[in-house]
Design a protein around this ligand. Structure first.
Ligand code: NAD
Length: 257
C-alpha cells in the first residue's frame, strides 16, 4: 500500500495513538502534519525526526482542538489534506451528578466538535483534490458505555454518528469516512487513569491493568498504536474504497461480548 504524494493531517498527534497513526501513515509514504495545542521545540523536533526517518515531508502545526477557529485554521495552514485523522481526545472520570461542567465542555469540544470543524474545513480541500479519507478515532465507548464516563461516552457516540453522516454526504464521491473504535491501548491517556483506579480499588498497578482494564478486553492484551496505525493505513488504501460509514473495532473482542 502506498500513500505517496498524499498529505495526512492527524489531530492530537504528539503522543499515543495519534503519533502511532502518523508513523504508520509516514511509513506508507504520506506527508504528515502533526498537531497538538502546545508549540514547543520538542513538538517540531518530533515532526522533523518523522520526516527524516521515513523520507517524507513532516510538519508540526500548533492548534487547539477545543477551539472551532483553531480546528479550521489547522486545515488551512496544512495547505493540503487528503487524509484527515481526527484523533485528539481527553478523558475525565466522575459520576454525572458530580461531573465538572468545564470538563464536560472540554471533552465534548476536543473529542467530538473538533471532528465536525476539521471535517467541514477538509471536505472542500478533498473535493478539489478529487480524493479523500476521513478516519475518526472513536472508542469502544462510542459503541458501549461505562459508568462515570458520561462526557467521553456521549462524545464518542457522537463521533460515530458524525462519521456516518460524513459518509452519506460524500457517498457518491471518491471520499470515505470511517471510525476506528479502539479498546484499551496503553498510552499516556490510559496511564493517567491508573493511579486513581489503584486508589479506588486498593489494588497495585498490575492488578488494575489485569482485573479492571483488561478484564473488559477478551484478548487480555492491550491493542498497540502500531495496530491502530495499520488499520488507518488500510482504510486509506484502494482496498477500502467501498468501506464508508462504518466502524472498525480494534478492541480484542470487547464489543463482541
Ligand atoms: P494521549 O493522551 O496519548 O493522546 C491524546 C492526544 O491529544 C495528545 O497528542 C494530546 O496532546 C492531544 N490533545 C489533547 N488536547 C488537545 C487539544 N485541545 N488540542 C489538540 N490536541 C490535543 O491519548 P491516546 O490514548 O493516544 O488518545 C488518542 C485518541 O484515542 C483519543 O481520542 C482517545 O479518546 C482515543 N482512544 C484511546 C484509547 C486508549 O485506550 N488509549 C481507547 C479508545 C480511544
Amino acid at each position: 500500500m502506498t500513500l505517496q504524494g498524499k498529505t495526512a493531517v492527524v489531530t492530537g498527534s504528539n503522543s499515543g495513538i495519534g503519533l502511532g497513526v502518523a508513523r504508520e501513515l509516514a511509513r506508507a509514504g504520506a506527508n504528515i502534519v502533526l498537531n497538538s495545542f502546545t508549540d514547543r521545540d520538542e513538538d517540531h523536533a518530533l515532526a522533523e525526526a518523522l520526516g527524516t526517518e521515513f523520507g517524507v515531508t513532516a510538519r508540526y502545526i500548533a492548534a487547539d482542538m477545543s477551539k472551532a477557529a483553531d480546528c479550521r485554521a489547522l486545515i488551512e495552514k496544512a495547505g493540503a489534506c487528503d487524509i484527515l485523522v481526527n484523533n485528539a481526545g481527553i478523558q475525565h472520570v466522575a459520576p454525572i451528578d458530580d461531573f465538572p461542567v468545564e470538563k464536560w465542555d472540554a471533552i465534548v469540544a476536543i473529542n467530538m466538535s473538533s471532528a465536525f470543524h476539521t471535517t467541514a474545513a477538509a471536505l472542500p480541500v478533498m473535493r478539489a483534490a478529487g480524493w479523500g479519507r476521513v478516519v475518526n478515532i472513536a472508542s469502544a465507548h462510542g459503541l458501549t458505555a461505562s459508568p462515570f464516563k458520561s462526557a467521553y461516552v456521549a462524545a464518542k457516540h457522537g463521533v460515530v454518528g458524525l462519521t456516518k453522516v460524513t459518509a452519506l454526504e460524500t457517498a457518491e464521491e471518491p471520499i470515505t469516512a470511517n471510525a476506528i473504535c479502539p479498546g484499551y491501548v496503553l498510552t499516556p491517556l490510559v496511564e493517567a487513569q491508573i493511579p486513581d483506579t489503584m486508589e479506588k480499588y486498593g489494588m497495585g498497578r498490575e492488578e488494575v491493568i489485569k482485573k479492571v482494564m483488561l478484564e473488559r478486553q477478551p484478548s487480555r492484551e492491550f491493542a498497540t498504536v502500531e495496530q491502530l496505525g495499520g488499520t488507518t493505513v488500510f482504510l486509506c488504501s484502494d482496498a477500502a474504497a467501498q468501506i464508508t460509514g462504518t466502524t472498525i473495532s480494534v478492541d480484542g473482542g470487547w464489543t463482541a461480548l
